[in-house]
Design a protein around this ligand. Structure first.
Ligand code: UDP
Ligand code: MG
Length: 216
């Protein structure tokens, strides 16, 4: 089974659309799949939407965190709940393209433990792309794992990789690095990226400071 973990914070307008896209992308594959949504303390109608999805589709599960803990903790809660032989993560804001999941899984089958997406043509403003480039360069230099894009929401994993990964704060940015340190084989694959339609990115500039402290 393929477990897809989706952290969501105030994404009420996206979750049902995303489920439809996941079904279109994963339904035709040989393996069954499940969606594990993690509502990270949303203050809009996200959890109500998840309840509706859960009521109408038997491969939908929803975890609700008591308050907003951040993406790393949300992913961690999702990983603890999923039982697939492969685990996929995808952002809940429709910027990542579910149609790319099959390619990630093929790459995993080439003999990797983690395949990380690379938003090669990233659909975000320069004010986001530039700091991110610096971040990836610095983190790559310090960690020894040279990837273009550590922090793509779209990734595929062998389950053991996430089982022993302590994720809190901003550590979701370093998942490939944490896996690399533990000796797992990490690959990167260029994936389609789409502009944000609904909702807004929650993070401000303080993310870079927190992210840098976590790197240290
Ligand atoms: N997210 C979350 N908790 C948060 C912030 C974001 O679960 O505190 C989710 C969000 O709903 C989305 C994903 O994490 O599904 C990526 O967030 P966002 O799009 O804001 O980040 P960006 O793409 O701007 O890096
Ligand atoms: Mg986004």
């Amino acid at each position: 089974m393929i477990s897809v973990v989706i952290p969501v914070h105030d994404e009420e307008r996206s979750v049902a659309v995303l489920y439809g896209e996941l079904q279109a992308a994963l339904g035709p594959l040989a393996a069954p799949w499940e969606a594990v949504f993690v509502d990270d303390g949303s203050s809009d109608g996200t959890f109500g939407e998840l309840r509706r999805l859960h009521a109408t589709h038997d491969n939908v599960r929803a975890v609700r965190l008591r308050r907003n803990f951040g993406k790393a903790a949300a992913l961690s809660a999702g990983f603890a709940e999923c039982s697939g032989d492969v685990i996929v993560t995808i952002d809940g804001d429709l910027q990542d393209d579910p149609a790319e999941i099959a390619r990630l899984l093929d790459k995993l089958d080439e003999g990797f433990d983690l395949v990380s997406g690379w938003k090669e043509k990233r659909q975000d403003p320069l004010s986001r792309r530039l700091p991110s480039r610096v971040f990836n360069a610095v983190a790559g230099r310090i960690s020894g794992l040279r990837l273009h894009d550590l922090n793509c929401g779209l990734k595929a994993y062998r389950p053991e990789v996430v089982r022993e990964m302590p994720l809190y704060g901003e550590l979701h940015r370093y998942i490939p690095v944490l896996a690399h340190y533990r000796g797992y084989r990490v690959a990167e694959l260029a994936v389609n990226h789409r502009p944000r339609g609904h909702g807004r990115s929650r993070y401000g500039m303080e993310r870079y400071l927190r992210g840098f402290l976590d790197l240290l």
